[in-house]
Design a protein around this ligand. Structure first.
Ligand code: CA
Length: 225
């Protein structure tokens, strides 16, 4: 899951980025409206956190332009306490929700999950294949009822595979969804993470779920082919 944070208070932007990264999100931060708008239009985000009062272009204008350009990523507006009329303008512009600063990280986190869930229209949040279950909200994975402990990045890779079960997920898709815009790590990083996931998820089980599609990527499926 990829999130864009557009917030000119760098300290706040960095706290949010750090917290969400620890949750396993890939997070890009922009510190003014122009940069934020550029990223929102050129990359695909699962959610955009958008401050209203921003240098260069304000959040309401950005949101309106995104919707005009048919960019449907959920937008959560951030507004200072005094700017009540901003909330109205924000929601009018096509934002999905707003939060008043200061807010707790826990509340932010639960709003984000709610918005992403709503936008993906999942009646049941739990992702399943065979005896494996992943709960994106509680951040839990289990196989045959036994909990599996994953790092945040492993969890993100697993979630992406499960959201595309029985489909091939390319290495590029994994890098784009799990790492951020500035990623320039080792080219085999994805293979390293998938190998580790395999050890945790498939080792000791009769049915292997994670399959390598040579030269392309990976697939989670009950059938091997
Ligand atoms: Ca601001």
């Amino acid at each position: 899951m990829r999130i864009l944070v557009v917030e000119d208070e760098r300290r706040l932007a960095n706290i949010i980025k750090k917290g969400l990264t620890e949750e396993g999100f890939a997070v890009d931060a922009a510190y003014d409206g122009e940069e934020g708008q550029y990223l929102a239009e050129s990359e695909e985000y699962d959610l955009i956190l958008l401050d209203i009062m921003l240098p260069k272009v304000d959040g309401v204008t950005i949101c309106r332009e995104l919707r005009t350009k048919n960019i449907r990523s959920p937008v959560l507006m951030l507004t200072a306490k005094s700017e009540v009329e901003d909330k109205v303008a924000g929601l009018d512009s096509g934002a999905d929700d707003y939060m008043t600063k200061p807010f707790s990280f826990l509340e932010l986190r639960s709003r984000i999950h709610a918005l992403i869930r709503r936008s993906k229209q999942e009646p049941s949040p739990t992702l399943k294949i065979s005896d494996l279950e992943l709960d994106p909200i509680k951040h839990k994975v289990q196989r045959s009822g036994k909990p599996i402990s994953l790092t945040p990045k492993e969890f993100s890779v697993m979630e992406l595979l499960l959201r595309h079960k029985d489909e091939v997920v390319t290495r590029t898709m994994i890098i784009e969804h799990v790492w951020d815009y500035n990623f320039d790590g080792m080219s085999n990083i994805v293979d390293v993470f998938v190998a580790s996931l395999r050890r945790k998820v498939d080792k000791g089980s009769k049915v292997k779920l994670i399959h390598t599609i040579h030269g392309v990527g990976y697939k989670i499926s009950v059938e091997s082919d």
